[in-house]
Design a protein around this ligand. Sequence first.
Ligand SMILES: *[C@@H]1O[C@H](CO)[C@@H](O)[C@H](O)[C@H]1NC(C)=O
Length: 328
Amino acid sequence: MAKLSVFSQFFLVLCCFVAINAMPNPQGPKGALVATAESGHFSYDDPNKWKEHNSLCAGEHQSPINIDTRKSKTAKFAPFNFHNYEKSLPENLENNGHTVQLTIDNLIKDLPTISGGGLEGPYEFAQMHFHWGEAEFGSEHKINRKQYAGEVHIVHWNKKYGNFVNATKHNDGLAVLGILIDLQDRDNIAFRHIEHFDGIKTASKKNEKLPYSVPLKDLLPSNTASFFRYEGSLTDARCNEDVIWTVFETPVHISHKQLEKFRQLSDDHGKPLSKNVRPTQHEHDRIVTYSGPEQKTSELPLVFPIYNPAAFAYYPFFPQNVPFMMVY
Ligand SMILES: *[C@@H]1O[C@H](CO)[C@@H](O)[C@H](O)[C@H]1NC(C)=O
């Protein structure tokens, strides 16, 4: 080994470089989680940078995803049971700097729960929050690359883990219902109470009691029997892979005017909270399951517009963020 050729030396250096990069992050996912998730400071200006502060965000079971209905497998799950979803319970709103979050007064004993729908449960309601965009594209999940105007997430935790924080340590710890929001001309009165933003224009820990409440049931889509199921993560910068996702195939509808109110809130730097959408993540080894009637309505021909051939050409190389939205 006295004299290595230039090529061997180069090869040696290359090997070391690869080995160093393959070493596990000494800080580990736990350390990163404490550093970012609990400080709660993150921005939607560049969600691709979250992984620089939190290695969990670079995981292989991240959310949201684009759901390709031609690749999903079909199953027949039992219908969902929505327990206490029809009850009017005292509700609070909070602007936490990233979203508008609705919670139910914690003095309530018998909180809404969900079970069935292929979930082992029950899962208890924790909170509900919203995602929206600067223009008409603000959903986090996409179906066949179609991005909707916004998305509601109803977050539940698995009661067998005792409390929310304990549940977040298990990959079946949370069950989130994702409801896509489409636009319509008239207001959706079920959402009217959620636009009580006067007291929460700026981000703070302050809860605003809603003057009246609407049962969670009224915020669900008309059809909850058709949905997509996959295992993923929280879509904020915590990135914990502890969520069993349900994305309903049928959207709910609100008006432009209603959606506009969300964009008038401010984030924790006092800047407009004009968007809070994480881009779709790679599905890696995951398979999405579809439960519902034979014909996926999302697969009906009308959903596919004329392809932009230029955009289509990129598809095999950039499976995420294909500029299909340009043609919708
Ligand atoms: C949460 O987990 C801790 C540690 O495992 C346990 O001691 C505690 O009892 C759990 N809390 C509940 C409410 O189950």
